[in-house]
Each structure stands twice: as C-alpha cells, then as structure tokens.
Design a protein around this ligand. Sequence first.
Ligand code: COA
Length: 333
Amino acid sequence: MAVRTKIIGTGMYVPDRVVTNDDLAKLMDTSDEWIQQRSGISTRRFVDGETPADLAFEASKRALASAELDADDMELILLATLSPEHDFPGTSFFLQRRLGLEDTPCVDLRAQCSGFLYALSTADAFIRSGQYRRVLVVGCEVHSTGLEFTDRGRAVSVLFGDGAGALVLEANEDEKDSSGILQTRLHAQGEHAEKLWTEAPGSALSPRLTQAIIDEGRIFPRMEGRFVFKHAVTRMPEVLLATLNAASLKLDDVDLFLFHQANLRINEYVAQQLGIPAEKCLNNIQKYGNCSAASLPMLLAEANETGLLEAGKIVTLTAFGSGFSWASAVVRW
Ligand code: COA
C-alpha cells in the first residue's frame, strides 16, 4: 500500500489578553455593531510581550502531547506565517530552539492565509516520498504588533488576531487503516498581490524603511476588502469541489467543513452557495478574529478537542488569502 499521511496530534494556543470590539472603539472610529455585522468577530486575542515562537511553542507542545510524542521524534518543522519573528532567520528556527532540538531541519513557508494548507501539502509530499516519517506543521501569527489602530487603519485592524495551531503528521503504512490526508490542491494568482499586502519594510525598497514610509502607513496591511471578498467566495467553493472530486468524494460525504476564518459572512455565503448545513461547519472567528496561517490548525485542534473528529469522519480544510492564494485539503480522520 502507498504511504498515507496521518494527522496524529493537534494543538492550539492563544495569548491570554482578550480584546473586545469596544476596546478597539476607544482607539478608532468603529463600533461593536459594525464589526460584528460585517465580520462576525466579537473578540480577538493579542500578545502581551509574547513572540510568535512563544505561541508556536505552546501550540506545538499541545500537539506533541496529543500525539504522545516528544519534540525530538519530529524529523522536520514546517511553519507557515506572514508575521515572522524577525526578518531572518525564520520563526521555525526560534521554535526549534524553544523545543530544545539540535539539528532538526526548519522551513518557514509564506502563503499568507493559505499558508497552513501549503505547509500541510508540502509535509504530505515529504512523507509520501519517504524522506521523513514524522513532521511538525505549525501555523502561527502575531498580527497585533503590525496593525494600525487609528481611523486610517480601521478597515483592516479590526479583523485580525494572534494565535498558533500545530499538527503532528506521521506516515501511515497500515493497510487496514484508511485514515489520512486524501487530497490537497494549491493555487495562486500573483496578479492580485497588491490587493492585500504590507509593502514595507521590504528589499524592493531602498532604503527598506524611512520615516516617510512609516508616516505614509506603508508598514501596515492594506486591503481592497470588497475585491478580496468577491474572490474568496468564488475560489473557496471552486477549490473545495475540485479537491473532493480528486478524492472521489461528494459534498454529502463530508462530515465537517473547516474554512479559513477571515470573515464569518464569507463562510456563511460559501456554505449557502454549496447547500452545506450550518451544523457541518465550525467557526471560531467570533472569539479569535482572523489568525491567517494559524486559523485552520486552531480550528482543527478545537474540533478535535470537542470530539467532532471520530475515526472515519471526512473533514475538509479550505482557505483563501493574500497572494492571492487559495487551497483545500480532504482528510479521513
Ligand atoms: N468601523 C466602522 N466603519 C468602517 C470600518 C470600521 N472598522 N472599516 C471601514 N468602515 C467604513 C468604510 O470607511 C466605509 O465607509 P463609507 O461607506 O462612508 O465609505 C464603510 O464602512 C463600508 O466599507 P467597506 O470596506 O465597503 O465595507 P465592506 O462591506 O466591504 O466590509 C470587510 C469590509 C473588510 C469586512 C469586507 O470587505 C471583507 O470581509 N472583505 C474580505 C476580507 C478578507 O477576507 N480578508 C482577508 C482574506 S485572508
């Protein structure tokens, strides 16, 4: 039997500091009503001195505990983020140090809100090729230190939160066990790179950072919200259906649909378009906001902890984000 990649551990971690919509309304012209109505978000978590690697470490510890493995059982660390600890080296190296590992290879992977699925798909390919048997896959973001909490930044800054999620993957060679990642599909369209981006600091600029760049707000994320919304509600159903089709499955076969947590309205619209009943979808954006590459592994960890993922269940993970990038994975639990 061909090797299949099995998810054997899940974990998530968010910082303790809860930030409400009313807290944000003290900093900018916004309201609890506007934020909830447009995005579904009530609260998000912000760090209070923790770094991305701190969040990734806590999520990884939990994933390892749930897999009943130690950090040194991992043969590769793949970490997806758009908010790296530093310019370089990658956040995965700081995580590796926190995990007490000496020479485990580390890779940071950048595909924004689809980053986790890009990392999952890459880890799956490594495992199926036989190069590694066990891989730690992490999604981790600290957005709060890079948002503009003023009227100018309000359209973006109310949407994002900090958090981390992690999975432990293992090669499954048991012929009687049909669980694991069944299919993944990845897509990108660089044509729209500037529709949702943070321009600076960046090596395309010389110097990379000036006072003028800061004053103009080019260090903060900028988004054409409606344009992004329209593409998200088209691309997510498209890639979900294509991935299910590749796995010879239908929408009705799926027990749990997990969509990236960018906006509850996007997910409700997609579910409605596809005729997916609300009880087959899980969302946590209400509590955590958009945690980009961390959103899907956090959601999967919550699903696992609340007992939604019994053996044999079919679960899909689907994302859309900056790049543009979009992706989907189908897993038999
Ligand atoms: N509070 C109050 N008002 C706000 C606001 C805020 N935080 N942010 C923007 N507004 C105002 C705008 O200035 C605008 O005012 P105007 O009509 O006087 O010009 C009005 O609200 C509507 O803004 P608009 O951007 O058109 O709102 P929208 O209905 O498109 O909703 C988003 C905004 C961001 C919620 C929505 O476009 C969206 O979810 N887009 C996709 C987001 C996404 O998926 N991002 C990440 C992908 S990973």
